[in-house]
Design a protein around this ligand. Structure first.
Ligand SMILES: Nc1nc2c(ncn2[C@@H]2O[C@H](COP(=O)(O)OP(=O)(O)OP(=O)(O)O)[C@@H](O)[C@H]2O)c(=O)[nH]1
Ligand SMILES: [Mg+2]
Length: 395
């Protein structure tokens, strides 16, 4: 699974990325600081199943903090998008193409209203910029990008469809598999938009644009990280965009999350990502004390810095993945590691899918699975639930 950060320049994409991945990337208060995409590993936060058994797990990948387990997800941070990007403006198409393979978008929006449409800081005495306009701009550019991809092949593809009597959904899926388009996606769009697919070769530009938009929405679901909520107009603008758009929108303070993670790493505080509070445990200088107090004030109001919530909502509520632990009766592997693995499984995965995820041989010789919490046996068609721990019994 891969999640892409998008947004206009200078909104805090790289700050969000750095806070989520703790990788060393450039953050700067000017547009197009990021040129080459950054690729890193962030984490979703799930309950540590070992806690139910009076233990803590020892992850092979990711980490445990408090009673939570942090499970890796891949993130992509790319250059900022400006109007006309799909025609090559700004850093244009080259970076849009980096996004073809993502499963979902996190759109980072600067809700401070302190940067204009191109990401340049607005004059402090000047007009406040309305961040809702950015959401529309990004939607439009993403739709035009999809339209461009469709247009490249549309004439030939749809002509062939008619001549060779090919199925619309099958051919579209084949042609756009790189964009993670599935046959169900296309069928769903046809129903939802009441598309006439008998003669797509005759579609008007408007019909094609509608299809591009529907395809983008269906195959690249989006959550909005309303970033810089710590700034004076932040909360007000956050409430405004929440009323105007029906995406999931989370108030976000990426800079605060980054500062807390860094202070935690330096052992100055104890901070579990996503919580609304932290404990001071080191000797703080006056400046550090003040900075941390300011962060505390903001996250008391917003409940958390939002960064962890954005990732969790994207993976578990939008993409509907579930986190499942392979578990033996003793919970440990041969070396005494408690629940070393935790897998993120796509929606509707079964116990058998899970067995195959662990190893092909385990899938091939699957007999049944034991739920470690209930000790009940479940069959191959059992639908995985969030936080399950399953021991797979094989032939
Ligand atoms: N007040 C505040 N400033 C933030 C926050 N997040 C990022 N910033 C600042 O916003 C500016 C831009 O941050 P970046 O992370 O470089 O933004 P970007 O979207 O990656 O920018 P480009 O790569 O140029 O598109 C920097 O000055 C950050 O310190 C936040 O939560 N609050
Ligand atoms: Mg950047």
């Amino acid at each position: 699974m891969l999640i892409g950060l998008v947004g206009k320049p200078n909104v805090g994409k790289s700050t969000f990325f750095k806070a989520a991945t703790m990788s060393d990337v450039l953050i700067a208060n000017y547009p197009f600081a990021t040129i080459k995409p950054n690729h890193g590993v962030g984490y979703v936060k799930v309950k540590d199943l070992a806690v139910d058994f009076g233990k803590h797990s020892n992850p092979r990948e990711g980490y445990v903090k408090g009673d939570y387990r942090f499970v890796p997800v891949e993130l992509y941070d790319v250059a900022g998008l400006v109007e006309g990007a799909s025609e090559g403006k700004g850093l244009g198409n080259q970076f849009l193409d980096n996004l073809t393979g993502v499963d979902a978008f996190i759109q980072v929006v600067d809700v401070s209203g302190e940067t204009d449409a191109e990401g340049k800081p607005v004059n402090s005495e000047g007009e406040n910029y309305y961040p809702g306009d950015d959401i529309k701009l990004i939607e439009k550019e993403l739709d035009l990008w999809y339209l461009g991809i469709l247009k490249k092949v549309w004439k030939v593809l749809t002509r062939n469809m008619v001549v060779q009597k090919m199925d619309f959904s099958v051919e579209i899926t084949k042609q756009f598999s790189g964009l993670k388009v599935s046959e169900e996606d296309v069928k769903h769009i046809i129903l939802k938009e009441s598309l006439d697919v008998s003669k797509p070769v005759d579609w008007t530009d408007e019909q094609l644009m509608n299809f591009a938009r529907a395809l983008r929405k269906e195959t690249k679901p989006m959550i909005i990280a309303a970033n810089k909520v710590d700034r004076p107009k932040g909360l007000e603008n956050f409430e405004k965009i929440k009323k105007e758009f029906d995406y999931p929108i989370v108030a976000c303070f990426s800079e605060g999350e980054l500062a807390l993670k860094e202070a935690d790493k330096a052992r100055l505080i104890d901070y579990v990502p996503g919580e609304k509070d932290f404990e001071v445990k080191g000797e703080l200088g006056e400046k550090q004390k003040e900075a941390l107090n300011n962060i505390k004030k903001t996250i008391k109001e917003t409940n958390s810095t939002g960064v962890q919530d954005v990732l969790n909502i994207a993976v578990f509520d939008i993409l509907n993945y579930v986190a499942v632990y392979p578990a033996g009766s003793k919970l440990e592997d041969g070396k005494g590691n408690v629940l070393p693995d935790c897998y993120l499984m796509p929606p509707n995965s079964t116990a058998l899918d899970f067995a195959y995820k662990i190893h092909k041989d385990i899938g091939d010789s699957f007999v049944k699975a034991i739920d470690v919490k209930t000790k009940q046996a479940v069959g191959k068609d059992y639908k995985l639930k969030m936080g399950d721990g399953l021991e797979i019994l094989t032939r």
